[in-house]
Design a protein. Structure first.
Length: 272
């Protein structure tokens, strides 16, 4: 069994802490996965105030002040895809996900993305292991338990390789410093250890987890929901997208209900 490195243990503790502090806006996903809706800016009133700027001086203080007319306008803006007012509401998510999920997620480029760096830190020594649901398609087991066990052993060996080789390099650096063959470490980043991390990270598999802060406006978030919550989306990113939607829906119940009503009306008009 692979033992988590110290940085990974710290992240695991932080996940537990964030879930205790913010239970309504956090979710655990898969082996080591996590998502939190950490912050938002703006609300439904922000959207309507923005949309009305060219036609009215009337400003709403918040969703509680909405009339039926205001709700109808919000639905109209969503149904007719008036995009820019929805760019004025922002969401800040933090998620811990496999690197292969991040490679799909980062394609939603109209957003701000800050990721854990293996140049400055050792990798998160946790990796995605597909459960029984993830391994099946229409009830057919694509990857057997025996294959999953071999997959797990392989990824454990790669993670162990990183830890062992990094420790070996660091011991050699320390020995050569003590012998005066390398310059002493100055304050700040050690260039020798840093280069070791840069080289060794190349061996890390895309199943390992990484840590991201994602800041996105609601218009871009809608596109993410539209594409990544579909049944045809890859299973793993779909789990994150569904969780992200659920967290959004709890934080913005009026916007969620209006969005779902507008989507239902669009489908009805499209089928008639």
């Amino acid at each position: 069994m692979l033992e988590a490195n110290e940085g990974t243990k710290e992240i695991a503790q932080e996940i537990l802490y964030r879930m205790s502090q913010n239970p309504d806006r956090t979710r655990k996903i898969g082996t080591f996965g996590f998502i939190e809706l950490e912050d938002t800016w703006g609300d439904e009133a922000t959207i309507l105030n923005t949309a009305r700027v060219s036609t009215s001086n009337r400003r709403l203080s918040g969703p509680d002040a909405f009339s039926d007319k205001d709700r109808d306008l919000l639905e109209h803006l969503l149904s007719e895809e008036h995009g820019t007012p929805f760019e004025t509401v922002w969401f800040r998510y933090r998620f811990i996900a496999p690197i292969f999920v991040l490679r799909q997620w980062v394609k939603h480029r109209i957003s701000t993305w800050n990721e854990f760096s293996m140049r400055y830190r050792k990798p998160i020594s946790a990796f995605y292991i597909p459960d029984e649901t993830a391994r099946k398609v229409d009830g057919f087991e694509i990857m057997t338990q025996e294959q999953t066990d071999r997959y797990t052993a392989l990824l454990e060996s790669v993670n162990r390789f990183y830890e062992e080789e990094y420790d070996t390099i660091c011991r050699r650096i320390d020995h050569l410093r003590q012998a005066g063959e390398l310059p002493p470490k100055e304050s700040g980043r050690d260039p020798y250890r840093a280069r070791a991390r840069e080289l060794l990270r190349s061996a890390m598999p895309v199943a390992n987890y990484s840590d991201v802060y994602w800041t996105v406006n609601f218009r871009s978030l809608l596109n993410f929901f539209h594409l990544r919550t579909k049944e045809t989306a890859q299973y793993e990113i779909r789990q994150y997208a569904l969780a992200a939607y659920d967290l959004f829906a709890q934080a913005f119940p009026l916007l969620r209900s209006t969005l779902e009503k507008a989507e239902k009306n669009r489908k009805s008009s499209g089928s008639s």
